[in-house]
Design a binder for this molecule. Structure first.
Ligand code: RP5
Length: 278
């Protein structure tokens, strides 16, 4: 994912086949050459899993719930399209993951049948004392990995609002994400994805002036174990949650091309050295 882009996944999903939250059953093996739905896979028998927390949040029974009903036929408006294109359905009427098989059927921990939309605010700064690029990152409670402080788009919410709201809820930082540079919109290779429910996101990037970033008071929200300015290196970027490595790499490439037009000569040099290591 070298440039800001929108649309269909081009890479094979990996985390959605080889990682999973602890409560999921083992994924049915899906080798690289049998990922696509168009390729016959005789004997493909993924276990079915839906988390109890999803069932408790069935919005047809619990007015405060955030999840679809378990019976897919009961969902009032199943989307026909997502950022990945037109959605295909299996013979039982369940939406099929646009990136192919994952080894688990059902929704797992995801509330919606089909696409579950998120928003990812990527906030960076140059640390002049340490001569490095840093990103505002949260440590996730579910698996301890560092991540962009993103989150789910609420029903009827504008994505620009979600970007700012999640940033504030997870880090305590208030910023106008309307100023952000568009990075990506599409499928996320998330360890929670299943054959019938998956994550898609919109990512925007804001690069902050050093002085402004220094004055910010960081406070981890409920979903985060910790919040910090994470030093960016090939290793720390590779270790990020879900597709965040690709999102952050793409944002940094945009910064290197000076899509933000804010970099001094010295800062540009620091960004370029990091880009050479990626
Ligand atoms: C990822 O999950 C997205 O990229 C986003 O960062 C995140 C949203 O899920 P929660 O953080 O709300 O669990 O796929």
């Amino acid at each position: 994912m070298g440039e800001a882009e929108k649309g269909v996944t081009t890479a094979l999903h990996v985390k959605a086949r080889f990682e999973k939250p602890a409560e999921y059953p083992e994924r049915f093996p899906v080798p690289d050459d049998l990922v696509g739905w168009e390729i016959p896979y005789a004997g493909y028998a993924p276990p079915y899993y839906v988390s109890p927390v999803v069932l408790q949040n069935d919005s047809s029974r619990n007015p405060a719930g955030w999840a679809d009903p378990e019976g897919v036929a009961l969902v009032a408006e199943l989307p026909a399209e997502s950022f990945s294109g037109v959605i295909r359905f299996d013979s039982a009427g369940r939406p099929l993951n646009p990136a192919g098989r994952t080894g688990i059927a059902g929704r797992g921990l995801l509330g919606k049948w089909g696409p579950n939309f998120a928003a990812d605010p990527i906030i960076t700064r140059i640390n002049h004392h340490e001569q490095r690029v840093e990103m505002l990152a949260v440590q996730r409670r579910d698996n301890g990995q560092w991540a962009i402080p993103g989150g789910m788009v609420d029903r009827g919410e504008e994505v620009s609002r979600t970007l700012a709201r999640e940033l504030q809820e997870e880090t305590g930082v208030v910023l106008d994400m309307g100023e952000g540079v568009f990075v990506y919109q599409g499928y996320v290779d998330d360890p929670r994805n299943t054959d019938n429910a998956w994550m898609e996101t919109t990512a925007k990037h804001l690069h902050l002036d050093h002085g402004l970033a220094e004055r910010m008071d960081l406070q981890a929200g409920d979903d985060a174990r910790a919040v910090r300015w994470l030093p960016l290196s090939a290793e720390s970027i590779r270790g990020l949650y879900a597709s965040h490595c690709a999102l952050v790499s793409s944002a940094l490439a945009g910064l290197g091309r000076d899509e933000h037009s804010t970099l001094s000569k010295r800062d540009r040099g620091i960004v370029e050295s990091l880009l050479k290591m990626l």
